[in-house]
Design a protein around this ligand. Structure first.
Ligand SMILES: [Fe+2]
Length: 286
């Protein structure tokens, strides 16, 4: 079994790198870490980087997860290959680009490009110092597109260590540690990252962001609201290339691993928000 330790980064292609970086820093509130050629590294917490925009196809998305040991990485490569996944070992240049010691890449059953990294770099003691004070505490989870959520749930929970915390319709919300979910699989015709979540310190940050973004004509696509699944208070808004960004706060932690029973919620606005907010997000609607 592949023991995913934590979600680490997202890489996103864009045709307009400058605009994507401008939005990420001045609206989302990420920190510009550095630019190298056609890539810009951004941080949402103390790690070296948690998001990277590069000049390329806006549909080209990669998600990185951290593994704890080199032996686990070797075992993951064998397990994936035995399961029929083509595994690509990272080159020294690839490791340098990702700021890690080693990594492998493969496609999940939907075709999402997933990377498993060993010893990704810390932020070298530099505090996360954001472009704006959005209250971000960390990059926390992603929504991932799935062409078959039942099949992909089996992959993430049987080949990997993910556990179902709850379902919304067929969409599983998956945890790999105590946090209610670090990824969620949403039905889609194509693969890709569906949304990117950053946790913020408290409810005030959600409401401040709502007014801040609205005033600057950023499209709010869902919320402010509260998820009945994780209990988190949320706000979703649209970023570059149609990517959905989310702030949330107060996500539930599942500490009683043995006795947790996943609950089923309807794939309706009520399944996503207990306050009555309605999503203007295609992946959250039938
Ligand atoms: Fe989310």
């Amino acid at each position: 079994m592949i023991n995913l330790h934590d979600i680490r980064y997202v890489y996103l292609g864009t045709r307009d790198l400058d605009s994507a970086v401008e939005f990420s820093t001045t609206m989302v509130g990420l920190q510009f870490a550095r630019r190298e050629g056609n890539r810009v590294y951004l941080r949402g917490d103390n790690r070296d980087h948690t998001l990277c925009y590069f000049e390329g196809d806006p549909a080209d998305h990669t998600v990185g997860f951290e593994l704890r040991t080199a032996a686990e990485l070797d075992a993951a490569a064998s397990e994936l290959e035995n399961g029929g996944h083509r595994v690509e070992w990272g080159t020294p240049e690839g490791c340098e680009m990702r700021r890690c010691q080693r990594y492998i890449a493969f496609r999940d059953p939907s075709g999402n490009r997933i990377e498993l990294v060993w010893r990704p770099f810390d932020g070298s003691g530099r505090r996360y110092f954001p472009g704006r004070d959005a209250g971000i505490t960390d990059f926390s989870h992603i929504g991932l597109c799935s062409t078959d959520p039942v099949r992909d749930e089996a992959f993430w929970t049987r080949v990997c260590n993910a556990r179902v915390s709850d379902w919304i319709g067929a969409a599983p919300l998956l945890r790999i540690d105590e946090v209610h979910h670090k990824m969620a699989l949403f039905p889609s015709k194509t693969p890709g990252v569906q949304h990117i979540n950053h946790q913020v310190a408290d409810f005030n940050d959600i409401m401040r962001a709502y007014y801040f973004l609205k005033e600057r004509n950023v499209r709010i696509v869902f919320g402010p609201g509260r998820h009945p699944t994780s209990g988190a208070i949320f706000l979703y808004f649209e970023g570059p290339d149609g990517m959905v960004y989310e702030y949330s706060t107060g996500v539930k932690r599942i500490t009683d691993e043995t006795n947790h029973v996943p609950r089923q919620f309807p794939f309706t606005p009520e399944g996503f928000c207990m306050w009555g907010s309605k999503p203007d997000i295609p992946a959250f609607r039938d």
